[in-house]
Design a protein around this ligand. Structure first.
Ligand code: GRF
Length: 202
């Protein structure tokens, strides 16, 4: 089951997918890892696991459209059944998101629809929220707004900082992202008319 993973940074979610597949818990084949940053540590993780890597520097393209078009070509050569965004910090064009509609997932560190975009942990603390968490969703053209598949939450304690909260949220990410990928892999998860269908239920 060919998968391509897109990253921009540490790639610890990528690692969770690699580990589960090595342990035989997730029957996927990560064919390639693509980063828009050549120094992303996630590329090292991929190489260590024997996975093909590509670094596509968005700054060397004249426009968002040109970058996305090259990115799409790079992904398509692997003919993946699923594209997994794992800390890929780029806003994507509508052409790109339409091309991968229903077969591209993202993980976002908030209880969507709350706190789309950046600095989610600090924003949840500043708003005096008592709960925070993470969401896995299908990617649509609107940033962090695609159909939600799965969420997990944690409490925000009195002394919580963005850093301590990030650690708690990450631990949840490593559980729910591989799980969502597993459901997709097992054909239990589809996007239909913008809605998530899981196990035949709407
Ligand atoms: C995660 O917090 C994820 O929710 C967000 O970016 C971060 C990626 O972390 N989209 P890593 O690169 O997987 O370690």
């Amino acid at each position: 089951f060919p998968i391509v993973v897109l990253i921009s940074g540490s790639g610890s979610n990528l690692q969770a997918l690699i580990d589960q597949s090595l342990q035989g818990e997730l029957d996927i084949n990560i064919c390639a890892v693509i980063s828009n940053k050549a120094d992303a540590y996630g590329l090292e993780r991929a190489k260590l696991a024997g996975i093909a890597t590509h670094a596509l520097n968005h700054k060397s393209f004249g426009s968002r459209e040109e970058f996305d078009s090259e990115l799409q070509k790079t992904i398509d050569q692997y003919q993946p059944k699923l594209v997994v965004l794992a800390g890929f910090m780029r806003i994507l064009t509508e052409t790109f998101t339409k091309h991968f509609e229903g077969r591209m997932l993202n993980i976002h560190p908030s209880l969507l629809p709350k706190y789309k975009g950046l600095n989610t942990h600090q924003r949840a603390i500043d708003a005096n929220d008592t709960k925070h968490g993470v969401s896995v969703h299908f990617v649509s053209s609107e940033l962090d707004a695609g159909a939600i598949i799965l969420q997990a939450s944690t409490s925000i304690e009195k002394e919580e900082t963005a850093e301590t909260l990030a650690v708690k949220v990450h631990a949840l990410e490593y559980i729910i992202y591989p799980l969502a990928v597993k459901w997709f892999r097992e054909d239990r998860l589809t996007l239909h008319n913008g809605h998530v269908i899981l196990d035949g239920e709407t």
